[in-house]
Design a protein around this ligand. Sequence first.
Ligand code: ATP
Ligand code: MG
Length: 512
Amino acid sequence: MGTMGEVWTNTGSALASLVFIYTIFERFFPYSLREHFEPLAQRLVGLIYPYIQIKFHEYSGERFKRSDVYDYDAIQNYLSKDSSSRAKKLKANTVKGNKSIVLSMDDHEEITDEFEGVKVWWQSKKHQSESRAFSFYPKADESRFYMLKFPRRDRQVITERYLDHVMSEGKTIEVKNRERKLYSNNPSQNWSGYKQTKWSHVTFEHPATFDTLAMEYKKKEEIKNDLIKFSNSKDYYKKIGKAWKRGYLLYGPPGTGKSTMIAAMANFLEYDVYDLELTTVKDNTELRRLLIETSGKSIIVIEDIDCSLDLTGQRKQKKEEEEEDEDETSPIEKQMKKDQGENKGSKVTLSGLLNFIDGLWSACGGERIIVFTTNFIDKLDPALIRKGRMDKHIEMSYCGFEAFQVLAENYLDAKEEDDNELFDEIKRLLEVEEIKMTPADVGENLLKKSEVETKEICLERLIEALKEEKEEAKRRIEDEEKKKKEEEETKRKKREEKKIKKEENGIAMKEI
Ligand SMILES: Nc1ncnc2c1ncn2[C@@H]1O[C@H](COP(=O)(O)OP(=O)(O)OP(=O)(O)O)[C@@H](O)[C@H]1O
Ligand SMILES: [Mg+2]
């Protein structure tokens, strides 16, 4: 068998002959007879040249608009997968949004691929325009394209399945290579005009992973499995008629790793993160418009959902409290409360938020995860967190011994077998004494403060801090009880005063 170069040359001359024959045919054959001969001619062509060629241009009709029906970049990524081992000449290029350099085959290089037993040939080509006119656009006269050649008899396999396979594989590679982004929503006054964007973004580079996350091993594995199952279940979700979305509610005290967990999830799944600040969203319509602009393979996050909105029925309660102890609040506290109220210009309502989530569940394609975080799960409306909206509730809690072990290994390379006594003491304090310390505080104590600090010093510091925390907790409980008693006492006094006043007023009225 000749080389591929020879095959292309032969193909070229065969094509030239065909064009010649076809021109003669068009000129001299009566029109009425042509339609009878055309199928025959097609078959003849098929016999002489049993291949089909398809071109995939880098740019579609419009100048500098990338072709996106069959995405050139996706083909490039697909072919880069193993072209580096097969093509002789490679070129390095950065594809828009990719974090690493992509090696692809150089111009006029050719590689073969096989799909369902069909062999196909890909060539990277460059078309140079004849025009020598001056152009403002660098290399505007140069257009690149990929040429796919395959046997005519396998047309169906290629057009119906192979091309889809190339696109989806290419896009998967693109997602893996791309730089991930952290989006935050812009206030709506910035939505109009030049450069109108609803979301601004920076590169997402948070280093948290499930390995660095301090949590019980079993719980962590469960979450990881849940995420893996979700991201692989496109067909399953389709089969059961559910949109490919999942909601997580992370709840727990401050500093227990809720935000860190979101970063770990995003890094684990390689998703983008949309951090939605609800207080700057004016109303429900704006909320929906923001949603429409999010892309697939993303995590939409609403942090501190209980503080973002009055979704909790707290307001009424708060007002009552305010009225009761109006005199006791300091001017600063009053001002803070007032400011908070003013900043809460958002008119997003609970039902708006529910629609946002449900709309999200049904309207948009592509996998999405929505995560709410809160410090107070009890304050949230049950409708907001029911299964189906927030499918998985994850409690982020105070540091247990297993979580401590993760931190000790990450921060100090300290393991139980090496530092047995110190670990035992910490275990006793956490499990027997049940001292509550957040992973954030444990981490802070374990952090080496200078080069000379050994891991033993850090572990001992943590033991001291835990003991102090125990004392502190005791004091807090005592103070709280004292405060409670005092409050009850003042309330009782107030009630008595009111009662006396009423009685006095009653007597006065009677006298009148
Ligand atoms: N479970 C954890 N594993 C590892 N690091 C943690 C964990 N929890 C807290 N940290 C550390 O403490 C810091 C604060 O944690 P994070 O911001 O995730 O807490 P949070 O639960 O989101 O708090 P808040 O409710 O105040 O938003 C992080 O920078 C992280 O380094
Ligand atoms: Mg947080």
